[in-house]
Design a protein around this ligand. Structure first.
Ligand code: URA
Length: 259
């Protein structure tokens, strides 16, 4: 009879098996497959003598293209709740694994103004709603200054629906992967203007960065007038830039009047 392994040896054996790729136990008792081979030759062994051994055919693992999967999932959504569901079921973005919550949107769907931020931070991840931390509170004050209110006439989302670890910047691959969802989000929310908060949103929607140059100028994307603005988190760090932000808010107000 085999003697029982001491706990250290058992742990080392287990680690070794995990390194080899073992992911689950398929039986309670171990089977010595070398011993089995003597009594029950496997078909490949039986024919080995007759035929020269062939290299095993490479296993074909179907490759999935996450962007393609995102396009399919987003296109299948016919309304905002089904888009939210499609995002919740999307398994190709690693950020999802580290996030507490999906941060889909906040505010009034169908509003004339849709704001696109960057990605959830710690507070947003905890609450599952965009712009609820300090930057969000400043955003609410900025909007209130021109008569906008997320409870009534603004709809808010982010480029990424999951918090990046340690609030690092979203990676280009993450922005590209989630863009089909963002495009579908805009199409389903049907705003009349988009406001892009900061460089990441400009990157996702306009394909370029340079917020200092881009801010305050109306441009066109996703079939809509688009206004890039300084991100409220940047304004918290650089309060002297609030003057420009105020000018941009007035631009937005004027645009809403003329439409
Ligand atoms: N910054 C963003 O861009 N989005 C949020 O939701 C919060 C902070």
């Amino acid at each position: 009879m085999e003697s029982a392994l001491d706990p250290h040896a058992a742990l080392a054996l287990l680690e070794w098996q995990v390194e080899l790729g073992v992911t689950e136990a398929i039986g309670d008792a171990p089977v010595n497959r070398y011993a089995l081979a003597d009594t029950a030759p496997r078909p490949d062994r039986a024919t080995a003598a007759a035929a020269p051994s062939q290299p095993a055919a490479p296993q074909v693992v179907p490759k999935t293209d996450p962007v393609q999967e995102a396009r399919k999932a987003a296109a299948g959504a016919t309304a905002l709740p089904s888009l939210r569901q499609a995002l919740a079921e999307f398994e190709h973005c690693e950020l999802k694994k580290g996030a507490r919550n999906l941060v889909f949107a906040d505010g009034m769907p169908g509003s004339r103004v849709m704001i696109i931020g960057e990605a959830p931070g710690r507070d947003e991840d905890r609450e599952g709603r965009p712009f609820v931390g300090r930057a969000g509170q400043l955003l609410d004050r900025m909007l209130a200054a021109i008569g906008l209110d997320r409870q009534k006439n603004v709809y808010i989302t982010n480029v990424l629906p999951w918090r990046p670890p340690q609030n690092r910047d979203p990676l280009p691959v993450e922005i590209g992967m989630m863009k089909p969802f963002l495009e579908r989000h805009v199409a389903l929310a049907q705003p009349q203007v988009l406001v892009l908060m900061g460089n990441i949103s400009c990157d996702a929607v306009l394909g370029k960065r340079g917020i200092t140059r881009l801010r305050g100028q109306w441009t066109q994307a996703m079939n809509l007038p688009v206004m890039p603005m300084f991100h409220p988190a940047y304004l918290l760090r650089q309060p002297q830039m609030k003057r420009q932000a105020w000018a941009d808010l007035l631009e937005l107000k004027a645009k809403l009047k003329e439409q």
